[in-house]
Write a protein that binds this ligand. Structure first.
Ligand SMILES: [Zn+2]
Length: 245
C-alpha cells in the first residue's frame, strides 16, 4: 500500500492543533464559572454582615425606646415620692427608683456596645461593597476577554477543519482509517519517525530487516512495538517538511 507520509504528518499536525484549540476552548467556560462562584461567595459574605448590621440597628432603636420608657417611669416614681406619708412607702419608692436607674444604666451600657459594633460593621460592609464592585468589574472584563478568545478559537478551528478536509481528501482511505484508529488510541500520535533505527514514538530499536525495508520503501510500515505508522526520519524530504509544519 503506497503511503503519503507528508500528508499524514500534516494531518497529524492539524489534528494536534484542533485538539489544542478545542481544549483551550473548553477552559473558558470553566474559568467563567469559577469567577462567578467567587463573586457569589463574596455576595453571601456581604449579605451575612449586612443582615447582622440590620439586626443590631433594630436592637439599638428598641433600646432607645426602652430608655425613654424607663425615664418616664422614673419621673412618675419621683412624683410619687413627693406625696408619700409613711417611712415604709418612702423606702419602697426609693428602691423602685434605684432599680429603674440600675436597669437604665445596664441598657445604656449595651447601647454603647452596640454603637461600637455597628460602627465597625458599617465600615466592614462598606469595604465589602467596594471589594465586590472591584471583583465584578474584573469579572466582566475577564468574561469579555474569554468570550473574545473563544470567538478567535472558533475561527481558528474552522480553518483547521478546512485544512484537515483538504488533507484527508488526498489520503488513501485504508491508510486514513489506520491513521484514525491509531490517533484515537495512541495519545494523538499515529505516525512517527524512525531515526538511527529507533522508533522515536516508543524508543524501541527496529529489527535490522525492518529498518532496511523502511529505508527503501514507499509502502506503509508500522512499528513492531507500538504499532504506529513509521517513516524513515533521516530522509531529507521528511526532515525539511516536518520541520516546516
Ligand atoms: Zn514504536
Amino acid at each position: 500500500m503506497e503511503i503519503d507520509i507528508l500528508g499524514l504528518i500534516q494531518l497529524q499536525d492539524c489534528d494536534k492543533k484542533i485538539k489544542q484549540a478545542s481544549n483551550k476552548k473548553k477552559l473558558g467556560p470553566i474559568k467563567i464559572q469559577g469567577l462567578e462562584e467567587e463573586l457569589g461567595e463574596g455576595e453571601m459574605k456581604f449579605q451575612k454582615e449586612y443582615d447582622l448590621l440590620d439586626s443590631l440597628q433594630k436592637e439599638r432603636r428598641a433600646i432607645g425606646q426602652d430608655v425613654q420608657e424607663l425615664e418616664s417611669k422614673a419621673d412618675k416614681s419621683k412624683t410619687k415620692l413627693e406625696n408619700i406619708k409613711s417611712n415604709k412607702e418612702y423606702t419602697a419608692a426609693l428602691k423602685e427608683i434605684d432599680n429603674i436607674v440600675k436597669e437604665k444604666t445596664q441598657i445604656e451600657d449595651r447601647e454603647i456596645q452596640l454603637m461600637e459594633e455597628i460602627e465597625s460593621l458599617e465600615k466592614k460592609c462598606k469595604e465589602y461593597k467596594s471589594d465586590q464592585a472591584e471583583l465584578r468589574k474584573k469579572f466582566e472584563q475577564e468574561k469579555k476577554n474569554i468570550e473574545t478568545e473563544i470567538k478567535k478559537l472558533d475561527r481558528e478551528l474552522k480553518l483547521f477543519e478546512k485544512e484537515k478536509k483538504k488533507i484527508t481528501d488526498s489520503i488513501n482511505k485504508n491508510i486514513l482509517s489506520t491513521y484514525n484508529f491509531l490517533i484515537e488510541r495512541k495519545n494523538g500520535l499515529a505516525i512517527g519517525p524512525v531515526i538511527e533505527g529507533v522508533c522515536k514514538s516508543c524508543h524501541m530499536k527496529l529489527p535490522p530487516q525492518k529498518y532496511n525495508e523502511l529505508r527503501k520503501g514507499e509502502l506503509m510500515q508500522t512499528c513492531p512495538n507500538c504499532n504506529r505508522i513509521i517513516y524513515w526520519g533521516e530522509n531529507e524530504k521528511f526532515i525539511m517538511k516536518s520541520g516546516e509544519i
